[in-house]
Design a protein around this ligand. Structure first.
Ligand code: R5P
Length: 281
């Protein structure tokens, strides 16, 4: 068995290879003069684990042609972050179900798929092969434990994500709640935990994705005003679009952490162990 990865998932793939004690297959990557991607896989074994996050359109194309390049080997496809998964239904007439289109395309030639905290588990049904979603909630919990917070309070940005916050909180037996937005006037909103008081507590806002970081930035300032001793943000997939990391830092967050499903300087949590465990199973 060998592991091969797309350009943007090299660190996670290397850590996974170390954990599974399997080799990494080399890969040539370059671009044609017109910008198209060229890849060439090195020698493979009978079984191959491909690790590739879909973080943008180029990484999707690279992943598609990498699967094709590994033809002849039994492929386990790990998609740590599956972009396009948020367009999982037709919100307006004429729109695609992008998650379905991507899942179908990525199913061709692979034996099984693993995703990590995919935005909606129902997207898994669009793969034409067995697909399993893994959760990084316990690893995020361990990261929170390492912060040694005063009376930790784990918050999700909205009611919809409260199950994820509860899973994270279960790691340490901490309290969990969700943030509720109340409109005070045409221009003013108040964001506060629905049921608990943040005063005197170390708060962590957890989410599957930080994209623009808009909610976390506003919530962080308000939670500090409400007496939280420190506010942290932790997520699985740190997209940090349009200067989100800087915006969050400026909002007084004591720390911002994401995982290596999208590799960046904020990747303080690794998905390698849960992927290794699932593959061993
Ligand atoms: C939304 O459904 C997701 O779970 C995240 O809450 C969302 O993508 C975060 O977006 P942003 O960082 O732009 O607030």
């Amino acid at each position: 068995m060998k592991i091969i990865s797309t350009e943007k998932s090299q660190v996670l793939a290397s850590n996974l290879a170390r954990m599974l004690e399997v080799g990494i297959a080399t890969k040539e990557f370059r671009r044609f003069p017109d910008g198209e991607i060229y890849i060439k896989a090195g020698s493979l074994d009978d079984e191959t684990i491909i690790v590739g996050s879909v973080v943008d359109s180029d990484s999707l194309v690279e992943l598609l042609i990498l699967i094709d390049a590994c033809e002849g080997s039994e492929i386990t496809l790990v998609i740590p972050y599956m972009g396009y998964a948020r367009q999982d239904r037709k919100f307006n007439k004429g729109e695609p179900i992008s998650a379905r289109a991507v899942a179908k395309a990525l199913s061709r030639g692979v034996a099984r798929v693993f995703t990590i905290n995919i935005h909606e588990e129902s997207v898994l049904e669009h793969f034409d092969v067995p697909a399993e979603n893994l959760s990084l909630a316990p690893e995020i919990g361990e990261y929170i434990r390492s912060l040694n917070l005063e009376k930790p309070l784990i918050l999700s940005p909205d009611a919809g994500a409260s199950a994820f916050a509860a899973d994270v909180a279960a790691t340490g037996g901490w309290d969990a709640d969700y943030l509720q937005k109340t409109r005070l006037s045409g221009t003013e909103v108040r964001i506060a935990p629905k049921n608990l008081d943040a005063s005197g507590r170390g708060v962590v806002i957890v989410d599957d994705i930080i994209a623009t970081g808009g909610t976390q930035a506003t919530a962080s300032s308000m939670l500090l005003e409400q007496g939280a001793t420190a506010v942290y943000a932790a997520c699985v997939h740190g997209i940090f679009a349009s200067g989100a990391y800087a915006r969050l830092s400026g909002a007084g967050l004591a720390g911002i952490a994401s995982s290596d499903t999208i590799e960046s300087a904020a990747s303080r949590i690794s998905a390698a162990a849960i992927i290794a465990e699932a593959i061993r199973r």
